[in-house]
Write a protein that binds this ligand. Structure first.
Ligand SMILES: NC(=O)c1ccc[n+]([C@@H]2O[C@H](COP(=O)([O-])OP(=O)(O)OC[C@H]3O[C@@H](n4cnc5c(N)ncnc54)[C@H](O)[C@@H]3O)[C@@H](O)[C@H]2O)c1
Ligand SMILES: O=C(O)[C@H](O)COP(=O)(O)O
Length: 524
């Protein structure tokens, strides 16, 4: 049974995919509420209000996925989540239109003094001369960050006859041309725009993108908008430039601290503000809630998710093709880890045959996840597998080979430790399943599943019988048994599978038998 915590106000209708799950319980509480049972939570849904920092993650040992019902993930410590193997997803486009419309509404309101004029009418005043506005028509709108929202805003502004100058280092000239906007440098936008609006994410690079230096380059009488994230425009610098009359006004939906409290910007008549309402429409809230709910459900059903911030995105169709190899890769990693007990320096995977047409990097991560699974305390999965390997000084390699050893597809994983290396090879046979066909130098053929025992022994008459006798004497049923050897009378291996795990006592007795070289219990 999964427990899902919905920690912010999220559309109930949009949560339906989760509420309909028979194997999940949905709790709607704040993370600070003692009844939110943080240590039992498998999935966490938030908006921007809940700060998901490392301290919170430490209290949630079962957490597997964080879903942001919205765009910005700056309230989530994605790095800490990644380290802990927690998938972070968002709803990247569910609130784009609402936020673009809100920005446009703020711009129009600011240019025509609507909030200020509205208040005077409510106060039974009639001051027509105090509220002379400015037309949008013919003005230059500077857009910093031409992503989803910036683009939708540009379309609307063009319809009002505005000239659009944009700065976005990731926007190509060709795309700017198609969108009918002028691609500029930051300085060009600052120098020419009548109104400047920011639509970038808040990152180390964009924090203070509009600072005193940038403000000093703008036209006198410029207007500013921030409906993206508090901090992209430095609030202190903006207050200074509004105070000295250089900036004519600002419209703010977001603040460096929310709620902003006694923020000096709010004291200016020329500053209008809303309480982070960009995404607050029925439509946007339904969109983002149902987008993340569907994704969380898919994730809990072990299906691929599309909007992950820290997991390689794989479409459903591609995942269906990769699924058999995905399972097998994890099992091969796990077998390796249980056979080679010491620390390893290198893990390399060679793909050949039909599997090379698939997203092999995903399989490499799955192999690593399988390898680390029982070795280290943190949950390792495809999200943090490479990072975990790097942190432990393990070099990870991936190769493609033209030789599939006679199989339609083939995955060969080699782990190198200081003194030795260990090789495992598997293939997936349609309508038959995964098979391990090579283990530590021996050809073999077994299903990587359940409780296995891997024995290295000398190829002598009676060894197999003596092993069988001990197991029989201890009521251990051998479900399957495969043997392999390099030459008659030389080294050999057995792989046995049991219906239940092999107990310590039987293992010790087997270990005492003549001609047994080594024994490894493998649990998959
Ligand atoms: N007010 C709200 O309620 C609300 C709602 C939704 C989104 N947002 C915020 O709006 C912002 C934009 O969202 P989006 O969905 O359009 O994101 P997006 O990822 O589609 O677009 C962001 C754009 O910023 C550009 N960019 C990145 N760094 C830049 C830099 N240094 N200078 C200039 N451009 C840069 C990127 O290339 C990208 O095109 C985000 O901060 C998001 O959190 C706010
Ligand atoms: O990044 C976003 O999606 C917006 O800032 C919306 O935030 P909210 O979900 O808290 O309204």
């Amino acid at each position: 049974m999964f427990t899902i915590l919905v920690a912010d106000s999220i559309s109930k209708e949009g949560l339906q995919p989760l509420l309909e799950m028979t194997n999940a319980k949905v709790i709607q509480k704040k993370v600070t509420d003692p009844e939110s049972y943080l240590d039992e939570i498998d999935a966490l849904l938030v908006r921007s209000a809940t700060k998901v920092d490392e301290a919170l993650l430490d209290k949630m040992p079962r957490l597997k996925i964080i879903a942001r019902a919205g765009v910005g993930v700056d309230n989530i410590d994605v790095e800490a989540a990644t380290r802990k193997g927690i998938v972070v997803i968002n709803a990247p486009d569910g609130n784009t239109i609402s936020t673009a419309e809100h920005t446009f509404a703020m711009m129009a309101s600011m240019m025509r003094n609507i909030p200020q004029a509205h208040q005077t009418v409510k106060n039974l005043e009639w001051q027509r001369n105090d509220f002379i506005g400015t037309e949008l028509f013919g003005k230059t709108l500077g857009i910093l960050g031409m992503g989803r929202i910036g683009t939708e805003l540009a379309k609307r502004a063009k319809a009002f006859g505005m000239n659009i100058h944009v700065f976005d280092p990731f926007l190509t000239k060709d795309r700017a041309g198609k969108l009918g906007v002028e691609l500029c440098t930051l300085d060009e936008v600052l120098e020419h725009a009548d109104i400047i609006t920011v639509h970038t994410p808040l990152t180390a690079e964009t924090k203070g993108l509009i600072n005193e230096h940038a403000l000093s380059k703008t036209k006198k009488g410029v207007f500013f908008l921030n409906c993206a994230r508090g901090g992209i425009i430095d609030e202190q610098a903006l207050a200074k430039y509004i105070g000295n009359g250089h900036v004519a006004g600002a419209a703010l939906d977001v603040f460096e601290t929310e709620p902003p409290g006694e923020n000096p910007l709010l004291k200016f008549d020329h500053v209008i503000a809303t309480p982070h309402l960009g995404a607050s429409t029925k439509e946007a809230q339904l969109n983002v809630a149902s987008q993340v709910s569907k994704e969380v459900r898919l994730f809990l059903e072990e299906k691929p998710v599309s909007n992950s911030i820290n997991l390689p995105a794989i479409s459903k169709d591609i995942y269906e093709k990769i699924r058999p190899f995905h399972q097998m890769s994890k099992q091969m990693g796990s077998i390796l880890s249980q056979c080679i007990k010491e620390g390893i320096q290198e893990l390399s995977i060679t793909y050949s045959g039909t599997v090379t047409e698939l997203e092999t990097s995903y399989l490499t991560k799955a192999t690593l996840a399988g390898f680390f699974k029982n070795r280290i305390a943190v949950n390792v999965n495809e999200v943090n597998a490479l990072l975990t390997a790097k942190e432990r000084g393990i070099t990870v390699g991936e190769k493609i080979s033209a030789d599939p050893f006679g199989y339609a597809n083939c995955l060969t994983v080699t782990a190198k430790a200081e003194e030795k290396s260990f090789v495992i090879r598997g293939t997936y046979i349609d309508n038959y399943g995964p098979r391990i066909v090579f283990l530590n130098g021996f050809n073999i053929d077994f299903l990587p599943e359940g409780n296995l025992l891997y024995i290295q022994h000398r190829d002598r008459p009676g060894v197999i019988g003596r092993v069988g006798k001990i197991l029989g004497d201890h009521s251990i049923n051998i479900a399957t048994m495969q043997v392999g050897r390099k030459e008659i009378g030389g080294e050999a291996i057995m792989v046995l599978s049991f219906d239940k795990p092999l107990d310590d006592h039987s293992l010790a007795l087997l270990n005492q038998l003549d001609d047994i070289v080594s024994l490894n219990r493998i649990h998959l």
